[in-house]
Design a protein around this ligand. Sequence first.
Ligand SMILES: *Cc1c(COP(=O)(O)O)cnc(C)c1O
Length: 487
Amino acid sequence: MRKKPRERQPESPRRAIPAVEKVLQALGDAGLSRPVVVAVVRRELARRRKGGAVPVFETVVEGIRNALETLRRSALRPVINATGVVIHTNLGRAPLGPAAIEALTAIGANYSNLEIDLASGERGGRAAYVEQLLAVLCGAEAATVVNNCAAALVLMLRHFTSGARSEVILSRGELVQIGGGFRIPDVLETSGATLREVGTTNQTTLADYADAIGEKTALILKVHRSNFFMDGFVDSPSIEALADLARRKRLPLVEDLGSGAVLNTAIYGVDREPTASEVLRCGVGLVCFSGDKLLGGPQAGVIAGKARWVAALKREPFFRALRCDKLILGALEATAEAYVRAPRVGRGSSLPAAPAGLGGQIPVLGMLEATEESLRARAQALRTELSGLPLTITVGEGRGRVGGGTLPRAALPSVTLDLSPQTVAPTQFLARLRAGSPPLIGYLSGGRVRLDLRTVSAGQDGLLAEAIRVAVRGIAPDRIEPSRRPA
Ligand SMILES: *Cc1c(COP(=O)(O)O)cnc(C)c1O
């Protein structure tokens, strides 16, 4: 028979591990479902069992409480993005527009014609309509879509590199790392391709490409330098010249555009990103780009270009593993449709035609479009609304960014609400805002908490004000005006 364990016996820590039931009782309501709480408690106690001396019961419970709180906060939920970074990868990149949301709801809640031809009642092709829309948007013969741009790249590399032809020619100036540790050379390796680097970091000539072409060459790859720029003694052949070389050598020329602008970004006062249609018109055979960067749709990887290559990619068995879910297809279709249907303005001017009124339908474009005057008016209204709190609030100038590894040079002139809390350190106040419901994500600069309004939709101003009030209540409940006290 086992002896009853004694409390807190340092020389035999195993005995001091508390029982699951006792910990559960001490925890009370953790705001999570019981099976999840039990699993976390078991895991944490097992960890204690392995790791040396066991602290006192209260400390064990406190550690578990913290683990549960971290877990509870990791559940996916909306946040208010007041960072000024429009396509914020850590905050879910592009928020979707109303038509995309409507599509998600309708397609998600019902059966759909995903793979049925409604005319014949026979099995039909998946994604035919969204593929047509994307082809039109990209000025391409054909287009298709997979889960993300990285997947699109891997699919294309796997398809074109087979057997003896395994080499992919890429300029050393384009061996880039995109966010999240996504490195082009690693992607090539994953795809079974062999990297054939040409040129130097800053200079690659057409002859460098031509000299590298041999029996093993599978394709020529271009990777758009989306998240950094090079200036100075920098040169590379024009796309047209490279396309001509590829055509003569009967090799595919593929470009990873990454950011996926389908309209002229210069209309937003930032650098001009190459659009899919421009690049294809220059002779590139296939392009790929993300659906949730500048396009402003759901996470997806669009592939557009020559019809026979797009068809061949779709026949790859691997395509099946990368195909998009009906929700993504629905949201992407609605997003692409908004672009295609928008009336075009600016034709005949020095700028190419740009769709008008898209800001209301594609939130990413709406944020790029917002004028400083409109942001300032909102900031001033918020400042007035929040006066009387134990905070010094000023309206400041911000520098928004496009983000998502796009347009690294673009600084979007913006307007911030700058908060100097009187009773707590700015870092703590920033954390309080993050702990709110919804969490409000700002940043610190110059010893103040700054909230950039460019990435906050006007419809969220009320929520933002309330989030600030709640955060203030947490730090100084006695200093809030009686009129603003919650009922
Ligand atoms: C962002 C980016 C990718 C990755 O796109 P995902 O859709 O996130 O997979 C690939 N290439 C370039 C050049 C990019 O900028």
